[in-house]
Design a protein around this ligand. Structure first.
Ligand SMILES: [Mn+2]
Length: 223
């Protein structure tokens, strides 16, 4: 029996006050502890919409990036990595499936990133990156926090709708037994719905999802 280890939404930035990544040592220890299993990073790991530059992130977190390059099996692309194709010498996939477990970041299911409104989601991602980059210090803990919550509310509406929309995928695709998303930063364990959310690994959160899988699982990858 192998394990599938999934974490998401680290939002690695530049180590400044606007960088909400937390507990690097614990994150490295986790990845090393499961290096013989299947480790998937489920999107918004490298916050390119904030830093505009992968080398800034790699220089800020050299040890973590080295461990990711060596031991992470697959990386799914999040909305903050929309234009990133590779990181830590690994390709970023839009979706990953291990046996019947479909893993994707899930931003295409939120109200702003879906279909013809995808530009709005891209804009919000871009704008929050700019807000954090230039006025975070005076902003985020008060007014910025309120604005951020409003943006988040606009994106997700209620989590019930986001989840239900995503779960429609399962009913339409016969190869999927269960779905693992990230993006909302809210960890959910809903095996009765065949739905999980990997939560996040930022200030106050070190969420990780561990699912046992067969020793020789069938893997499918989407560019
Ligand atoms: Mn996201």
């Amino acid at each position: 029996m192998h394990n599938l280890i999934i974490i998401s939404d680290l939002h690695l930035r530049d180590g400044s006050v606007a960088d909400t990544f937390t507990n690097e040592r614990a994150c490295i220890d986790l990845l090393l502890a499961y290096k013989n299993d299947i480790i998937v990073l489920n999107g918004d790991i490298f916050d390119i919409s904030y830093t505009q530059s992968l080398p800034i992130i790699e220089n800020t977190y050299p040890r973590l990036c080295d461990v990711i390059a060596r031991y992470v099996t697959f990386i799914a692309r999040g909305n903050h990595e929309a234009f990133l194709r590779t990181a830590c010498n690994q390709y970023l996939y839009s979706q990953i499936q291990v046996d019947g477990i479909r893993i994707k970041h899930g931003h295409d299911y939120d109200a702003l990133n879906h279909g013809s409104l995808a530009w709005a989601g891209d804009f919000v991602t871009w704008a929050t990156g700019k807000i954090d980059r230039y006025i975070y210090r005076d902003f985020t803990e008060d007014i910025g926090g309120v604005v951020f919550r409003m943006l988040r509310q606009g994106k997700f509406g209620d989590l019930e709708r986001y989840r239900r929309f995503a779960l429609d995928t399962i009913s339409r695709d016969g190869t999927i037994d269960s779905l693992v998303l990230g993006h909302t930063h809210i960890k959910e364990v809903r095996p009765e719905l065949r739905y999980w959310n990997t939560g996040c690994w930022v200030r106050g959160h070190t969420d990780v999802l561990i699912i046992p899988v067969s020793s020789n699982p069938v893997v499918r990858l989407w560019e």
